[in-house]
Design a protein around this ligand. Structure first.
Ligand code: HPA
Length: 298
């Protein structure tokens, strides 16, 4: 089922009673990447369960709270805990969070996730800036009647992972402790990890990493033309790369190991996006946009 604009507006109106002023950047934290939430200053926390028309997290490694606050002086809203199709949600329900964030007035979205490395040059603990994705499984989250207020029925996705933000994320990694690549993310619906044959197929198709999230949120952001950056943390080598079974404890352990440096990296990126948006605002006044930003329908 697809929802009209008023459906999302109800959640946004409720949230606007909980904090002052619009957040500038939204961050969605992936599995086990929750520790970043502790970096948010002056936090105001709202449980998903209290937000009308919102979804509920069902995965223990996802907290289930929306946190408003600041990071390096930048106003942010952070989803600590996200929603996946493997929890039983329809793809169309998975548009809800990003549309609510859009109605809150955010100017850019940063998605994070835990992923399995398909590219054998990658190692657990590496980060991949998503350049593009492959989604051959399941519906589009935009299937059904189109909510024109957010964007057109048919829309371009060839630059959905905003090139300027990808460049910015790679620049922010320079001199830091993380190995950061740029690559292609392939969506698998889960909840089972992939088979070794699926991973070999993914590699032939051009994937560098696989995971069970992110693409629905990314497509929703692209539809309403929100500048978008997505980062995958390689928590494990994908199925069949090493001769041993995968487990969620391996995923948890790697995520815990890099939590500190990943949080620092995300903080640096937030400050840089803020700067880029600001530069863009100034440049736009001179008719020279630096960052492809939305046309602000709302
Ligand atoms: N496959 C899918 N999703 C994942 C993986 C994986 O190997 N690791 C973390 N999330």
């Amino acid at each position: 089922m697809a929802y009209p604009c008023e459906y999302f507006q109800k959640s946004a109106d409720f949230l606007k009673t909980r904090f002052d002023g619009a957040p500038e950047i939204a961050i969605v934290l992936g599995s086990c990447l929750g520790p970043f939430a502790q970096a948010i200053e002056d936090p105001v926390t709202v449980d998903y369960a209290d937000i009308p028309n919102f979804l509920r997290t069902t995965v223990s490694s996802h907290a289930g709270t929306l946190i408003f606050g600041t990071v390096r002086g930048v106003r942010v809203v952070c989803m600590s805990g996200r929603f996946h199709s493997y929890e039983g949600y329809d793809f169309q329900q998975l548009v809800i969070p990003v549309r609510v964030l859009k109605l809150l007035g955010v100017r850019a979205v940063l998605l994070t996730n835990a992923a399995g490395a398909v590219n054998t040059a990658y190692r657990p603990g590496d980060v991949m800036v998503i350049a593009d994705h492959i989604k051959l499984n399941g519906d589009s989250p935009l299937r059904g009647p189109n909510a024109e207020e957010f964007g057109p029925r048919f829309f371009d996705v060839s630059r959905m992972y905003t090139p300027e933000l990808r460049r910015l994320a790679l620049d922010c990694a320079e001199g830091g402790p993380l190995r950061v690549h740029e690559g292609v993310y392939m969506f698998f619906p889960g909840p089972q990890f992939e088979t070794p044959a699926e991973i070999r197929a993914a590699r032939i198709l051009g994937a560098d990493a696989v995971g069970m999230s992110t693409v629905t949120e990314a497509l929703t952001a692209a539809h309403c033309r929100l500048p978008l950056l997505a980062l995958s943390v390689m928590t494990n080598m994908a199925a069949g790369v090493l001769d041993r079974p995968l487990s969620d404890s391996e995923v948890d352990e790697t995520a815990r190991m890099i939590a500190g440096s990943f949080s620092e990296y995300v903080k640096t990126i937030i400050a840089a996006i803020h700067e880029a948006l600001d530069t863009d605002r100034r440049a736009t006044l001179n008719q020279e946009p630096v960052l492809t930003t939305d046309e602000y329908r709302f």
